[in-house]
Design a protein around this ligand. Structure first.
Ligand SMILES: Nc1ncnc2c1ncn2[C@@H]1O[C@H](COP(=O)(O)OP(=O)(O)OP(=O)(O)O)[C@@H](O)[C@H]1O
Length: 260
């Protein structure tokens, strides 16, 4: 079976080769897989993600999507075929929710009736039905609602590959949890392939099928959460994945007796 995504020897330097934000990175993502990229600040996660949809052009290596080089298609066209969700939603403030969701289908020249049906379907899917919510402007929504519209917009043109950069970053812990779960259901129902960059190790552990751990531009580990947590060969990977457990233990020891 063709992988959804193949990265081979990918590299990016922002200073003419003195240092590398991403270095010789190879990775395959299977169709239908949900991969979370974690790692410290500045480890190259966002740079890697943006090389997939060509918001950043690599200095080394190549990216294949469904077997085809991502350079075979002009970048704007390539991006219309890939869902992209980033922190803070990035909705167009002067457009209604329905217009925001319709942006890519419009650019692709879909029929008006087809666009309307798709917008209704997606706003339903993210539980903001078009009859009630379609004409609202983004400013009148909560952060979580805006983020749900951002998912609807990213999925409007039926991409099979979705890239997400800290998609839940601006939300409070409760909304974050609910929306991460809701997105995971969408991922499964629609048969998507998702690559998500996150700082939140808990979220990565709970949402993803596989984790990719980055450190100083390199992929230092990759595998299902359970495997990485138990093997823990690399001390950095172990420390990173063990952080939620250490926090839980500290909370338990601080408050454990409070409820009897
Ligand atoms: N446009 C740019 N120009 C120069 N340097 C850059 C640029 N974008 C990223 N970098 C550098 O590349 C390295 C990797 O950055 P990147 O944003 O990919 O890391 P990250 O893992 O996503 O970090 P964070 O978790 O803090 O968002 C950093 O050292 C960063 O300063």
């Amino acid at each position: 079976m063709t992988s959804a995504l193949i990265l081979s020897g990918l590299g990016k330097s922002f200073d003419g080769g003195k240092t590398w934000a991403v270095k010789d990175l190879s990775l395959e993502v299977a169709k239908g897989e949900f991969l979370a990229l974690i790692g410290g600040s500045g480890s190259g996660k966002t740079t890697l993600l943006k090389m997939i949809n060509r918001l950043i052009e690599p200095d080394a290596g190549e990216v294949r999507i469904d077997g085809a080089l991502n350079t075979a298609t002009p970048a704007p066209e390539l991006r219309r075929g890939i869902g992209y969700v980033f922190q803070g939603a990035g909705l167009f403030p002067h457009m209604t929710l329905a217009e925001n969701v319709a942006v890519t289908p419009r650019l692709l020249g879909w029929e008006r009736s087809e666009i309307e049906a798709r917008v209704a379907e997606l706003l339903d899917l993210v539980e903001l039905p078009v009859a009630t919510w379609g004409d609202r402007l983004p400013a009148s929504l909560s952060g979580g609602q805006r983020q749900r519209v951002a998912f609807a917009r990213a999925l409007a043109a039926r991409p099979l590959l979705v890239l997400m950069d800290e998609p839940f970053g601006a939300l409070d812990a409760l909304s974050r949890d609910g929306i991460a779960e809701a997105y995971r259901r969408l991922h499964d129902t629609l048969g998507l392939t998702t690559v998500m960059v996150t700082h939140d190790v808990n979220e990565a552990l709970l949402t993803a099928d596989r984790l990719g751990v980055m450190k100083e531009g390199r992929l230092v580990a990759s595998g299902p959460p359970a495997e990485l947590m138990t093997q823990g060969a690399d001390p950095y990977v172990h420390d990173l994945l063990d952080a939620p457990r250490r926090q839980a233990a500290r909370i338990a020891s601080k408050f454990g007796g409070a409820n009897g």
